[in-house]
Structures are given as C-alpha cells and as structure tokens.
Design a protein around this ligand. Structure first.
Ligand SMILES: *Cc1c(COP(=O)(O)O)cnc(C)c1O
Length: 381
C-alpha cells in the first residue's frame, strides 16, 4: 500500500499532447535546433503573453545572459538585481564581468522595493557609477510593484530585464509579467509551472532584439557558406524536440495556473486565520500564478511556538517536500562582497518563510495528506 508516497514541491505535469509534437519532430527528422516546434512554441509564448517576440533558448539562465549581452553589459559595469531570488538571476551578471548590486524586497509583494531601488541608484550615481541595467525578479509568481519600479527605471533611464522565470501566467493590471521591461525571460526548467525538461525564453516587443538574440544563441554565425563571425556567440538555442514538449505544455498552462491558485486557496483557507501565520495576498492589480504556495511562520506568535524549520523537518519525516524561501543573495558567500541596499526584509522572509507542495498534478488525496500533517503540527487537531 502506497500511503506514504513522496509529495513534491513542484514536479513536471504533462498535458498529453507533448508526445504528439515530439513524435512529429522524429517523423519529419527535425532533430535539431531549428524546426517547426521551435517556431510554434515561440508563437504560442508570444500569443499567450502578448510579449511581441520570443526566442526559445536552452535555459532561463541563458536568456538572462543574452539579455545582458544585448544591453552591452560588460567588464567593470554594475547591474542592479533583486537580492531575494534564486542564484540564476545574478550569475549571468558575473559571467559578463560586471558587479551585481543587490537590492532588498518590500513586504507587500516580497519583490524589489522601489524606494530602496531609487536609493541604490542615487548612491551609485553619487559614486560616478551609473547602473547599466536592472534585473527585476517576480518571485513565486507574485508581480512586483511595476508602476513604481518602471517609474524609477524610466526616471534614471536604466533598462529593465524582468526575470519572470517563476511567473509565466501572472499579470499586473491585466498585462503579462515579462512584458513591462526592455526584455523579459521565462524558464521551463523541471520545477516551473510548465516545463520542457529544461529550457527558457527571451521575450521583447522589439523584434531587432529577439532577432539578435537568436543570432547570438546560434554561435553568432553570419550568413556565409564558410561561417563568418564578427561577434562572440553562444550555443543557447532550444532543440526542436524539447520545443515540442513546450508546445504541448502551452496548451495546459492556463489549467496549471487555475490548479496552483486553488492549491494556494486551500492552504489559505485552512491556515490563514491562525496567529503567527501570514499569507501573501495579492495587492490590487496583481494576479499571481501561485507557482509555489508560500507562508510565513512567526514563532513568537504562532500556536505552540512552532517555527519554519520544525514544520519543514516534520513534513520531511512524512515524505512531504517543503523548502525555506530563497536565501537572499547578499547572504550567499559567493556574493558577500557585492554592494547591498536594504533593511533586512528579505532576511526576515528567509527566516520565517516556507514553500509548500504546489504541483498542479497533486491529487486531492495528497493535498488532504499535506493539510492534515500541517494541521497536526499547528495543533489544530
Ligand atoms: C528557475 C529560475 C531561473 C533560471 O531558470 P533556468 O531555466 O533553470 O536556467 C532564474 N530565475 C529564477 C527566479 C528562477 O526561479
């Protein structure tokens, strides 16, 4: 009897038509980094998000890297980035020989604080170092304060790259995340809301940027029979096989968003009114895909004084995967010398925050098991 099968945080959830597109690639021998699935996948992304143009790439990290290359970020430059994120948002800045300048979150969206962003820009300007770009992350599907952030970015004339790796399907005032900045990126890694097993996309309303991204992603090969090169290129293109999975996944994206939001709703209604438990509701105008359901546990006011680690470890014993929120980048040894601007908001989120199983393929039975275990931990039974 498998009553204790592992429940994952977020696992791949195929819709059914993926294999059809993959089979088509085999049948027509498009086993390469060009082909109809890539075109179809890029079109589907553009249609769904209204981003304009999309380039399918080997990963979300590659997409961030190309965005920085396209903005001319290079050695000695500074690039502002959310400190509360996964390391993949920051690493490409260092690939380019630039220095990440890390900016803290605010508590309404957990994303980059517009006031701290402005303070950071002013301070860098005072030192004669104008930031070359802003990598803005929308964490766990929650939109950042876009009006405020874009206002600051425009005032100081600094281009924005939206890291929407976790927020495909989320909108701000009805507009898809990833479409506000100069460029946006999505990820199709195995743990994301849709997956191609691994992959990413760079999007922009400027066709020339996306054309250039495709060019750089295919070794910067100029159209000559002998392959002429005037730029340093990369091998970052998505394969036509993988893009077939992506085409199928785009057909079920809306359903995945609905399911993940329902999962969040179930946690929210079960535990939302308990002392010491805090859920992040959507501020006005924000629509989150609820990629991961997250909550904060304040041990000083929570029932029986439980803290996040106690809940996480206890769930692990029951074969249920849970995880702390992202550890801020300014606390990571590899980025400890980077300039940081903040008031400790992301540190508190990291200390108190937990991500709960959120996969769209969780069964009702599995969901009940998770709810039951957490209820027991919080002394609800
Ligand atoms: C997953 C993720 C990435 C990287 O995407 P990959 O496709 O895994 O390279 C970047 N930023 C954030 C916030 C992510 O969660």
């Amino acid at each position: 009897m498998k009553t204790n099968d592992r429940i994952y945080l977020s696992s791949p959830h195929m819709g059914g038509t993926e294999q059809h597109y993959v089979q088509e690639a085999f049948d027509t021998n498009w086993i390469s980094p060009v082909g109809p699935n890539i075109d179809g996948f890029e079109e589907a992304i553009a249609d769904y998000t209204g981003c304009g143009y999309a380039a399918a790439l080997s990963s979300g990290t590659a997409a961030i890297h190309l965005a920085l290359v396209l903005l001319g970020v290079g050695s000695g430059d500074e690039v502002i980035c959310s400190t509360f994120t996964f390391s993949a948002s920051v690493n490409p800045i260092v690939y380019q020989g630039a220095t990440p300048v890390l900016v803290d979150s605010e508590s309404h969206t957990w994303n980059m604080c517009p006031e701290t962003l402005e303070a950071a820009i002013k301070d860098r300007l005072q030192q004669g170092r104008k930031p070359k770009a802003i990598v803005l992350v929308h964490l766990y599907g929650m939109p950042s304060k876009m009006d405020e952030i874009m206002k600051v970015a425009e005032q100081y004339d600094i281009p924005v790259i939206e890291d929407a790796a976790e927020s495909l399907g989320s909108t701000y005032k009805g507009k898809a995340l990833g479409t506000f900045g100069n460029m946006g990126i999505y990820s199709f890694n195995g743990n994301k809301i849709i997956t191609t097993s691994g992959g990413g996309a760079l999007v922009s309303k400027e066709k020339t940027l996306i054309d250039k991204a495709r060019f750089l992603a295919t070794q910067a090969r100029e159209p000559a029979p002998h392959y002429q090169h005037s730029d340093i290129g990369y091998n970052y293109r998505m394969s036509n096989i993988v893009a077939g999975i992506g085409r199928g996944q785009m057909e079920v994206l809306s359903g995945h968003v609905d399911k993940r939001r329902a999962i969040y709703g179930a946690y929210r209604s079960a535990f939302g009114n308990l002392p010491g438990i805090h859920f992040l509701d959507e501020p006005e105008g924000c629509f989150s895909n609820r990629w991961l359901s997250t909550l904060l546990i304040d041990p000083s006011t929570s029932t029986s004084g439980v803290d996040r680690e106690h809940v996480r470890e206890s769930l692990e014993k029951e074969n249920i995967e849970a995880r702390p929120l992202w550890k801020p980048m300014h606390l990571q040894p590899v980025f400890e010398n980077c300039p940081y601007y903040g008031d400790g908001t992301s540190e508190r989120l990291f200390e108190q925050g937990i991500c709960l199983p959120s996969g769209s393929n969780m069964s009702d039975k599995q969901m009940d098991r998770v709810l039951r275990e957490i209820s027991a931990l919080l002394n609800l039974e």
